[in-house]
Write a protein that binds this ligand. Sequence first.
Ligand code: SAH
Length: 399
Amino acid sequence: MKTIRLRDGKERSLQRRHPWIFESAIASGGADAGETVRVESHAGQFLAWAAYSPTSKIRARAWSFNPEQRIDAAFFVASVGHAVSARALFGIQSDGLRLVHGESDGLPGLIVDRYGDTLVAQFLSCGVERWKSVLIDALLAATGLTQLYERSDANSRELEGLPSVTGWLRGGEHDGAATATDITLREHGWNLSLSIADGHKTGFYLDQRDSRKRFAEWVKQIGAQQVLNCFCYTGGFTVAALAGGASEVTSIDSSGPALERAKANVALNGFAPERATWLDADVNASLRQFRDQGCQFDAIVLDPPKFAPTVAHADRAARAYKDINRLALGLLRQGGVLFTYSCSGGINADLFHKIVAGAGIDAGVDGYICERLGAAPDHPMTVNFPEGEYLKGLVVVKK
Ligand code: SAH
């Protein structure tokens, strides 16, 4: 067993069971990609078993803090089983759910979503890449499913020195025909179709499930008629607004294929196409155009992509968030509701609140912060891994 020794004083975060070991914390030692190493303090005290990543700044990720734990196939079978059975406790009512959420489930770098009878996995660290075949078998055994598609094409693979790979790992063919990569989910009684092959991430933003429901409820509650859905992707919030009774929903995204899918999703739920307007455009430009035309809305969603992947990007990202929030608050009617989000790991909930407050001041607008929202419970954060809180949302009613 290879050993990594930390620099003096660098053992504290592992002692608090935080799973990351940065390159800068290591005094000596190394291993092959994904190999299990024993991590010890400068004084030689055992701290963790971890998977080594030779090229990543996060040089190792802890599997276990128990010196007696063997990191073998049985360990992964147990970890996957635990993650899958925990989901039954979270009260999720959808056939789309996240079964494994990386660090929060003790499996750093592994993301697994279930869409109906199909699993979609992302292997994003050297550790889970090395244990891939064991993990595949464990996932199929824990769920009783037979179809597993790989979407290991996220940017983080590059940081780990791993190539981008996508395609069926199991169950890619049935009776000589290719298994469909288009899937329709049932979420809150709505039909939402997605592509596991071409969609973002594993195909869908499952983390906004509860927010989509809240949005439909708010649209109904305030009787919102004109709704604006910015960064609409495949139209989840658009369907929610229509279900909530909005007469007209304008949805903006800069991705043509996402908009095509969004249109199909409106049709799939039986809503008249005249109730939906689609803009293949940049949200920043569209918000300014609406302002110049004097447009007003009763409800607005701002769910932008990650502006700040890390704290280093926080300053620039903060300005970008403030700008779109300022514009959106200006377009809201009095009594209208704004659902605004940041999914940036580099912006914490406090800072996001401050950014939205600053946007209000600049817009000359005050609002009631009625709710704070986060990712759905199948994207858990844990006590030991606060970085798990990536998605933050505020529900603001304009005064
Ligand atoms: N709310 C969506 C998820 C949004 S993901 C849901 O519930 O499913 C963010 C979306 O923003 C992506 O679809 C991406 O194509 C789009 N996007 C990124 N930058 C954009 C820009 N400047 N203008 C418009 N859309 C943008």
